[in-house]
Design a protein around this ligand. Sequence first.
Ligand code: WT7
Length: 635
Amino acid sequence: MFNKINTLGGYFHEYQKSVSEPEKFWAQQADSFYWRQRWTHVTQWDFEKPTINWFCNAKLNITENIFEKNLYTHGEQIAIDWEPNDPNEASRQYTYQELLSVVNQTANALKREGIKKGDTVILYMPMVPELVIAVLACARIGAIHSVVFAGFSAQALADRVRDAEAKIVLTANFGYRAEKTIALKQIVDEALEKSDLVQRVVVYQRTQKEVPLKKDRDILWDEFLADTSTDCPAEILDSEDPLFILYTSGSTGQPKGIVHSTGGYMVYSAYTFANVFQYQDGDVYFCTADVGWITGHSYLVYGPLLNGAHIVMYEGVPSWPDSGRMWDIVGKYQVTHFYTAPTLIRALLTMGNEYLEGKALSSLKVIGTVGEPINEDAWHWVHDHIGQNRCPVVDTWWQTETGGVMIAPIAGVTPTKPSFATLPLPGIQPVIIDNDGQEQRGNSVEGNLCIRYPWPGMARSIWGDHERFKQTYFSQFEHYYFSGDGVRRDEDGYYRILGRVDDVINVSGHRLGTAEIENAINEHPLVNESAVVGYPHPIKGQGIYAFVVCPQTSTGGEAGIKQSIEQGVNKLIGPIARPDLIQLVPNLPKTRSGKIMRRILRQIAAGDATSLGDISTLLDEQIVDIIINEALVDV
Ligand code: WT7
């Protein structure tokens, strides 16, 4: 396997190598994979264009690196332990050999539908093994998967199906979420009402309940798989062929389809998984993320399976049947590695320690967090009570666009500090740049977090809009990739992520564009305009605060309007984007040139309007006082 770091000195040594000779360093890591044809150049890149290529002209299939490469040693080992929503339902298990057989069957079924290399496939599914199987089946035949989180609304799904130009959608009749069922197939039907491109919908039957099937379009999963062979030769791809598209939010209203490559993503997701988590044979790794997010892609599916790991996949929510469920799962499967989000930790911590009583947590060795900064209280609770002062807590900073972890401790190797993502992984060269474009050298500095040199796992484009890719990531600060985050490098050279510096908010680790939510609110017939900002929320990290201009209220009065705004957002995006607070305001604070001064609204929402700074460019200063007086938080 590739170089595994196990001492702090070893880390510094590898890091130094990766900076002084990046091509040699990455070639070394890539050497341990199974390539059908070797690369001609390790990397060719140009951030001005931008073009990014890794392992140029190499040929491979990522699933051969999960399966064929390891079958002799890992064939009989468990790949997936699946825990259903309801603890009384039977769990399911797949060895690597069994997983390969169903992946191949599913791949053959997709081929029979005419799906081939380069075609896009939308997956809108609950957290069942079939979702992972479908992802890998796409990869087996070179189809580009795009998983849409099954909490998104019909409209959001329709936008993604259209943008990805998908001809086929894989879904389930229903999904379970605690005691509720979600009518996924019905949402798909609604989403496809206006689409004539999608000719096939495959429906996995998660529950017994039947759903209407549209003639000539819909097919049940079992029929889809009927009479398919368990052999399917892997399609041989170019290293730069896209592996998947994953939609994420940005500063503007339209979600972006982030495109990831095959070869570079493979090397990066596997390398970072092995090193950050220090996974070893015999360990059991449980990642709580949904496959609908990048964490699920890189650290539930690809990174772990490329390392032959034993994963635990959980269908349900952390608080059901009660707030001890996570710890029951840890005990049941003897989990050694637990990777989760700070919001989950905060939610469970507020429920109290009685849910820990009698739970078997002694198998745990490493705890990881991702998605947002982990505050000190949550860090200490998870460290002391879940990790029982024994397990390193690795706070991992990265993004949908980076493909894998960028700044994080190496478990058990890098000394940790609560709320610090600590040090960059080998191959990653962070740079801090101030708003004037000046690099901030040395320690005890802060500014915009940029990256100087490409890494194999980075995104290659935005689907169908390369210009936007350039504008968003490579134009703010010349010669660098710009992350959109602010960062501080402290006196020890440790990195602390300060949060987004753009109009992106992070609600329970879910990334949302304020413009996206505003667009949804503005669809309401009585709304003139709106401004959405994030505000500190004890559990979610950030909550959504909407300031809405709505001159006339309808018969339902203010409460009625607010409710219908919430419903609208639910319908257009999904429950994750529903505002926590809606304040109806006579007007928004705007500059004379008509630009909304969000800075002021952010301060009000944060409950701190004591010094609003320069507001002289405001068209109407009085509006600020009105908004403060009627604010829904203590200002
Ligand atoms: C944004 C990316 C990477 C998978 C999940 C989120 C924030 C992520 C951390 C962390 C502080 C973090 C950043 C980043 N973020 N991890 N450890 N500490 N902030 O992926 O949806 O693409 O969101 O999440 O603001 O830009 P994503």
